[in-house]
Write a protein that binds this ligand. Structure first.
Ligand SMILES: CC(=O)N[C@H]1[C@@H](OP(=O)(O)OP(=O)(O)OC[C@H]2O[C@@H](n3ccc(=O)[nH]c3=O)[C@H](O)[C@@H]2O)O[C@H](CO)[C@@H](O)[C@@H]1O[C@H](C)C(=O)N[C@@H](C)C(=O)N[C@H](CCC(=O)O)C(=O)O
Ligand SMILES: Nc1ncnc2c1ncn2[C@@H]1O[C@H](COP(=O)(O)OP(=O)(O)OP(=O)(O)O)[C@@H](O)[C@H]1O
Length: 501
């Protein structure tokens, strides 16, 4: 989906107004016309303005000569460069990229209903539920996040949960350009800390929960929480924030309209009488519009929180609460989030694939399964490489404490030794608990399914929908937990193993 050519251009002098106090030095012709903006060297077109940035792994100032030779018209730089290259020097290229993207694409968020959700867990579930409800109510729009980018029907995967400023604003502009009315997106803590969404303004934002994750990047939990809460500064003037009541105490901004949800009876939306079974989750909700009953196909008590966040978000920006509740019940969920492998029922067991990869998420889903099943819970899990090593023993403790059998295996090692990661997880195992360590993920899943007796539940946690196991930058092994589980199940059925009618 491309733009019509005449639609996009910008003169440098217009850009200077928007950049304002960010500008340190101007060394280019102010009448230069720009028809494309980029901060990535493989995304160049004619009349391109390129933003150089010293990032965590690369400094694109180092390729300014190559970029110039490839036809870049003007550079935005945050370091001194030769006056030979037409450029504008700014204080910070990340913030400049956010401002330039917003200016160049004509602030598309002003023409859209924009919903941004942040939080340690639940972002994907919330954005996909939002997309489902808006589509079911007859609106057209886009969503962006970990599992899927759906830009007015153009579906693709992005390696980031939250892309760069330029990519987000470009996608928002495409949405407007093609008659879209809304844009829902996951906003990661990394994105907030790196100003990827700094120039966007949201009609409504949501905060699902703030528990331990990504402390390898944010260093402290306080920094992590601060990054998440920054989303409250990105609302439109009439915007509203839907916040899990548990975190109300952390919010210091008093000029933001806050609506809370949770089990605390002082919440604006009070979740009550939650029941969850193999066909879904059902609960009562006290709302500012009276008591309501909610039915959903999503399984897991924590989904009552995700559902209420999205419901409150839509109602508080003017959608009819009963219309929204009606279409919630038709949402079938997200790939790899509490995904039931129905074929397993031929073996008389349940096999669930889930994305839980934080201590809080793992605890919540195992406890949800405990309530659903009379049988044993056999949990296959691991921990990602190059990420928050501190949580590894916590994962081991939670899995061994709440499961009947905990099988530690390889997740995405990302260049670390899988055996070392497993050793780190083993340190948290509850003494006397039943656990196994099996480095090969397929073998671990097969062992769990073999050990399961009638009525038992096998939880395959940590990777959800992910299609590849990332061993290092050069080796991504195709591995989808769901497909591997189904293959193992059929092998057992074909051998006539444990098939209960
Ligand atoms: C650590 C981190 O967050 N890095 C993100 C950051 O990169 P960076 O600022 O360090 O930039 P860099 O990669 O050093 O490159 C510097 C500059 O050179 C440019 N460049 C770089 C290479 C090249 O060949 N050509 C080129 O022009 C880059 O576009 C950039 O402008 O900004 C980039 C542009 O937005 C992101 O793609 C990149 O995500 C990396 C790939 C990543 O893995 N990030 C993870 C940690 C992340 O952001 N995760 C969250 C979700 C977390 C969760 O909830 O699970 C996410 O939102 O994805
Ligand atoms: N509200 C919640 N509270 C706790 N755990 C949750 C909640 N919602 C989902 N989870 C758990 O977290 C996992 C990830 O859910 P989801 O993908 O919706 O969150 P996310 O924030 O997008 O995660 P990520 O940022 O890693 O993509 C689920 O598979 C489930 O185990």
């Amino acid at each position: 989906m491309e733009f019509s050519k005449e639609w996009l251009f910008l003169k440098i002098k217009e850009l200077l107004n928007a950049l304002n106090s960010l500008v340190l030095n101007v060394n280019c012709d102010l009448e230069t016309e720009i028809k494309h903006i980029s901060s990535y060297s493989r995304d160049l077109k004619e009349e391109t303005l390129f933003i150089c940035r010293e990032g965590l792994t690369f400094d694109s100032h180092s390729i300014i000569d190559k970029l110039y030779d490839q036809g870049v018209k003007v550079f935005i730089v945050e370091k001194e460069v030769s006056s030979f290259f037409p450029h504008i020097q700014v204080v910070d290229s990340r913030i400049a990229e956010a401002v330039i993207a917003s200016e160049f694409y004509g602030k598309p968020f002003e023409k859209l209903i924009t919903f941004g959700v942040t939080g340690t867990n639940g972002k994907t579930t919330c954005t996909h539920l939002f997309h489902h409800i808006m589509h079911s109510l007859g609106y057209k729009g886009s969503i962006s996040g970990t599992v899927l980018n759906d830009i007015m029907g153009d579906k693709f995967y992005h390696h980031n949960t939250t892309p760069s400023s330029i990519e987000i604003l470009r996608n928002m502009a495409k949405t407007v350009n093609n008659g879209g009315q809304y844009y829902g997106m996951e906003v990661s803590s990394h994105a907030l800390a790196q100003y990827r969404v700094e120039s966007i303004r949201f009609d409504v934002v949501g905060i699902t929960n703030i528990t331990r994750d990504h402390l390898d990047f944010h260093k402290t939990f306080e920094d992590y929480k601060k990054a998440k809460l920054h989303i409250l500064n990105l609302l439109k003037p009439e915007g509203v924030a839907i916040v899990n009541h548990e975190y109300l105490k952390d919010i210091k901004n008093n000029n933001v309209r806050i609506v809370t949800f949770g089990v605390d009876r002082n919440s604006d939306y009070v979740i009550k009488e939650v029941t969850t079974n193999w066909s879904g989750t059902f609960f009562k909700l006290d709302t500012p519009y009276g008591p309501k009953s909610i039915s959903s196909q999503l399984i897991g008590e924590y989904n009552a929180f995700n559902i209420t966040l999205v419901l409150a978000a839509l109602v508080e920006i003017g959608y009819d609460i009963d219309e929204v509740i009606n279409v919630i019940s038709t949402f079938r969920g997200v790939d790899g989030r509490f995904e039931i492998i129905h074929e397993a029922r031929k073996l008389g067991i349940e096999v669930i694939v889930d994305f839980a990869h934080t201590p809080d998420a793992l605890e919540k889903i195992i406890l949800s399964l405990r309530k659903l099943s009379k049988g044993r819970i056999i949990t296959v899990f691991g921990a990602g490489g190059q990420a928050d090593k501190g949580k590894r023993p916590m994962m081991g403790e939670i899995a061994s404490k709440y499961s009947d059998i905990a099988i530690i295996t390889t997740d995405d090692p990302r260049g670390e030794d899988p055996n070392k990661i497993i050793k780190d997880v083993e340190k948290g195992l509850v003494p006397g608990s039943l656990s196994l360590s099996i480095v090969d993920r397929r073998e671990a899943i097969e062992t769990a399914i073999t050990l399961a007796n009638k009525g038992d539940v096998v939880l395959i946690a940590g990777r959800g929908h992910e299609p590849y196991q990332i061993f290092d930058d050069n080796y991504k092994k195709p591995f989808k937990d769901r497909d591997v589980a189904i293959d193992i199940i059929f092998q057992k059925i074909n051998k006539g193993e444990k098939t209960f009618k």
